[in-house]
Design a protein around this ligand. Structure first.
Ligand SMILES: Cc1cc2nc3c(=O)[nH]c(=O)nc-3n(C[C@H](O)[C@H](O)[C@H](O)COP(=O)(O)O)c2cc1C
Length: 378
């Protein structure tokens, strides 16, 4: 009998826990159909909005690579260099909502057992903007999508009431999530930005507004590097650049830290892990921290646009992992989900070489020290 890769996440059954995240791999009907044929358990569409979108002149994404033999990092393709990260300043879908209507229902009809999640985005701070979220949500729900993902996290929106600018404000997160929650019956996921001080605050805001799950991370706010010869940014249009988003291998440990904060603070809630995943060992990090699904972008972009080899290797990796751990009685993801969440502790709880002990910077008997029975600080 082959391993059971299926999971139930926000009440929805997925054939496997691996999804393409909202990005170029899911920007068209043809791509999404190819992705489902390749084996992805679900896809989150490229974010659909109601506001005008015009992308920059020239490339919207590039890939930073590292030389294994020197500290050299560059976006220029060089033989033997390994992928470090993706950098993009692509806006949400430049196709209007009407373009997606009809296509979403067609995709769903062709693949009823796959999970289709619509990513949506509007503004905030006015009733009109909240109605835009509701219009997007109800239109996608009427198309038969299985869930909605609210893009509260795009790092390069100029409008102060959009994208990660919403995701940095717990009240706006709550209000927007609540507006969508009231308008639809399907599960609502909130995709948060990692660019805040304490992501647990924003996660609580989303759950307060009625979110069924958090997806994290979107890309990290960042700049392309400056070429030391030309003194130009490696990505620019006529010499100018603006902040964009970092994805890919470089963000895996960063995104894990954000996820770990949330899954520790809110262990009974559901989370979808994103950031730097290209094989099962990467996805496993998120599962062991408590995530019920994992999403992939950069690795899929570099593998025939929708990641046919990536999903093959993810499924094979998970199958082998379940077989290898069958002796522990593990039959599905649920059996090992979250089992490393409680291994993250305050620094002072990590064993010291001498018996003398370390009390988090406090004297042993000072209030706040572990020895004094107080809460230690990291
Ligand atoms: C070119 C590009 C476009 C993206 N567009 C969107 C988008 O429209 N909506 C969204 O929620 N995330 C978007 N993302 C973020 C990805 O879905 C994902 O959260 C991020 O890239 C981290 O995953 P990765 O490390 O696997 O790339 C985009 C990422 C890239 C590279």
């Amino acid at each position: 009998m082959s391993a059971d890769l299926s999971v139930t996440f926000t009440g929805l059954k997925f054939e496997n826990p691996f999804l393409l995240s909202s990005a170029p791999p899911t920007e068209s009907e043809a791509n999404i159909l190819r992705a489902f044929d390749a084996g992805w358990g679900g896809v989150v569409t490229k974010t659909i909005g109601v506001h005008p979108v015009v992308n920059v002149k020239g490339p919207k994404t590039n890939f930073l690579r590292a030389d294994p033999a020197s500290p050299h990092l560059t976006m220029r393709k060089r033989p033997g260099y390994a992928l470090h990260s993706s950098w993009n300043w692509e806006l949400i879908s430049d196709k209007p909502l009407d373009w997606w209507i009809g296509k979403l229902s067609r995709i769903k009809k062709q693949h009823p057992t796959k999970r289709l999640v619509a990513s949506i985005m509007a503004g905030s701070g006015s009733d009109e903007e909240l109605r835009h979220w509701q219009t997007l949500g109800t239109a996608c729900e009427a198309e038969g999508v299985d869930a909605l993902e609210l893009n509260l996290s795009c790092p390069h929106m100029d409008r102060p009431d959009m994208g990660s600018n919403i995701g940095k404000d717990q009240e706006l997160i709550s209000v927007v999530t609540h507006a969508v929650r009231e308008a639809v019956k399907i599960p609502v996921w909130a995709k948060l930005t990692p660019s805040t001080t304490d992501i647990v605050v924003e996660a609580r805001g989303a759950f307060l507004g009625g979110a069924n799950a958090i997806a994290s991370s979107n890309t990290f706010t960042s700049l392309p590097l400056i070429d030391p010869e030309t003194l130009d940014f490696e990505m620019n249009v006529e010499g100018y650049v603006s902040t964009g988003g970092l994805g890919g291998p470089a963000i895996l440990p960063l995104s894990m830290a954000k996820m770990a904060q949330m899954t520790a603070a809110l262990p009974d809630r559901e989370f979808s892990g994103i950031g730097g995943i290209s094989d099962f060992a990467h996805a496993l990090n998120y599962f062991l921290l408590g995530c019920g699904t994992a999403q992939v972008c950069t690795a899929a972009m570099l593998d025939h646009a929708v990641g046919p080899n990536v999903i093959k290797s993810l499924m094979q990796g998970m199958t082998e992992f379940l077989e290898k751990n069958a002796h522990r009685g593990w039959k599905s993801l649920e059996d090992f989900r979250g089992i490393r969440r409680d291994r993250i502790v305050p620094h002072s709880r990590i064993k010291r070489p001498a018996e003398a002990g370390y009390h988090g910077g406090y004297d042993a008997e000072q209030p706040g020290s572990a020895a004094a029975g107080g809460k230690t600080q990291g």
